[in-house]
Design a protein around this ligand. Structure first.
Ligand code: FPP
Length: 250
């Protein structure tokens, strides 16, 4: 079934995560600086949330800034943080209109105050919206998230009547409940634009069974049609979670 068809489809992902790669190359090809690419990328990010909602997706997570991105040139890091501080308040009316609930995955503490405040304001103002969750992954790293969950787990086992037994019996579901992502749906579809075929520390835990889709389109050129093609590809996949096709049929 085409993702362009209206109505709910069981083949529609609940949670789509996107690695928005290619801003720098898009800018360079136009003789512009990298920040111009990020600005155009932010426009596409705004649009992709609207398109995702139109397709019936309930959660979309966007990899806006990784834990490793702090090592980029200072000017670029500052530019990205400023972009966040300026664009978020401007986008707030549109988020309200489209019933977007703005959420964060990552550690906000090292962000400059202006960016952090803009994020916190967007989170609190949109907290009751139910149209679609936009989960901005900011200062996010999948390895860091897993380490944080290990620390949580060590604290949690101490609260159990038999800590050793609790640790021995720990299963993936319990562990996920202790992760930052405990209240986010499992990732169904991971899209990466820009032609690279890596996960780059994004959603590592849920990547275990997410469907991966790589597009050569640079993020600032990513269109509604490109999203539709990715969703159609997802709909054609068989998610077996380690089982066989025959088992799934029965
Ligand atoms: C990767 O492309 C992109 C990023 C590291 C940043 C993504 C940010 C946005 C789309 C803007 C919205 C986000 C904020 C924080 C306002 P790249 O720069 O690595 O591209 P390249 O591989 O072509 O150099």
């Amino acid at each position: 079934m085409s993702a362009s068809a209206s109505g709910a489809s069981p083949a529609l992902p609940v949670h789509v995560g996107i690695i928005m790669d290619g801003n720098g190359r898009w800018a360079r090809a136009r003789g512009k600086n990298r920040l111009a690419g990020h600005k155009q990328g932010a426009e596409v990010a705004r649009n992709v949330v609207r398109w995702a909602k139109e397709f019936g997706i309930k959660q979309i997570s966007l990899y806006a800034f990784s834990t490793e991105n702090w090592e980029r040139p200072k000017l670029e890091v500052r530019g990205l943080m400023n972009l966040l501080a300026i664009l978020l308040p401007k986008t707030l009316p549109e988020m309200m209109q489209n019933e977007v609930r703005f959420r964060i995955l990552g550690d906000l503490s090292p962000l400059p105050g202006s960016a952090r405040k803009a994020v916190e304001l967007a989170c609190s103002n949109t907290a009751n919206n139910t149209g679609i969750d936009l989960i901005l992954c900011l200062n996010y790293g999948g390895q860091q998230e897993i380490i944080a969950a290990v620390k949580q787990t060590l604290q949690w086992v101490q609260t159990q009547s038999d800590p050793q037994q609790a640790l021995t019996a720990l299963n993936p579901e319990q562990f996920r409940n202790l992760m930052w992502r405990h209240n986010i749906a499992p990732l169904d579809l991971l899209i990466r634009t820009g032609g690279e075929m890596r996960i780059s520390n994004f959603h590592l835990w849920d990547a275990a069974y997410a469907e991966l889709y790589f597009s050569s389109v640079l993020w600032p050129d990513f269109s509604r049609k490109d999203l539709q093609v990715a969703l159609d590809e997802y709909a054609s996949r068989e998610r077996r979670y380690g089982l066989t096709s025959e088992q799934l049929e029965t």
